[in-house]
Design a protein. Structure first.
Length: 189
């Protein structure tokens, strides 16, 4: 029972830290939406939260972060951007955390699988949310707008995430800060 309470406290503290990082990280993009849309700075702490703390914390952190950032800094705009992003980032934290935690071996292959599937699921959820919310606002959201925003403009951020997230997880794993199950022998080399 005590271990469970200690683990919950640790995960809540880490989630708060990831929210703080997610609030601050976009400042380094200079508050320029075009750069932020390319580098996707809020995605990184949400992915890390899901992978380290688990899917529940990752989903909650992902949902809260863009709404809180919109309320504090006014960017992204609350509707439809931050609202759509809330569902997208919640999906990232949920899917990445769930897939990584149920992997038999928490190795680099499992990590990439969790990240890539989460990226695809999150972008699909974002697209659906954009269709719904822009429809409510009385404007249209086309397939071309979806592919451009979700994939083409985001290529630098996707590449950054695919390099940075495994590197951070590997470093944390080696220090014992992000525990995982034994790694498969193919990843030890």
């Amino acid at each position: 029972m005590k271990k469970s309470m200690k683990e919950t406290t640790k995960n809540m503290t880490l989630s708060a830290m990831f929210i703080a990082i997610g609030l601050i990280l976009p400042i380094f993009t200079g508050q320029i939406p075009q750069i932020g849309n390319m580098l996707l700075p809020m995605h990184i702490p949400v992915f890390l939260c899901g992978l380290i703390c688990g899917w529940k914390y990752g989903a909650i952190t992902g949902f809260i972060l863009p709404l809180l950032r919109s309320a504090i800094f006014g960017m992204p705009a609350l509707f439809p951007s931050a609202t759509s992003m809330a569902f997208e980032l919640a999906t990232y934290g949920l899917v990445a955390g769930m897939l990584y935690s149920i992997s038999h071996w928490q190795c680099i292959r499992a990590l990439y699988r969790a990240i890539i599937v989460a990226m695809l699921a999150g972008r699909a959820v974002w697209g659906i949310a954009q269709i719904i919310f822009t429809g409510i606002a009385g404007s249209a959201f086309t397939w071309q707008m979806f592919t451009a925003a979700a994939f083409f403009k985001a290529i630098p951020g996707i590449i950054l995430q695919l390099i940075l997230l495994p590197s951070v997880m590997l470093a944390l794993s080696r220090t014992g800060l992000a525990g995982g199950r034994q790694q498969h022998s193919e990843t030890k080399a």
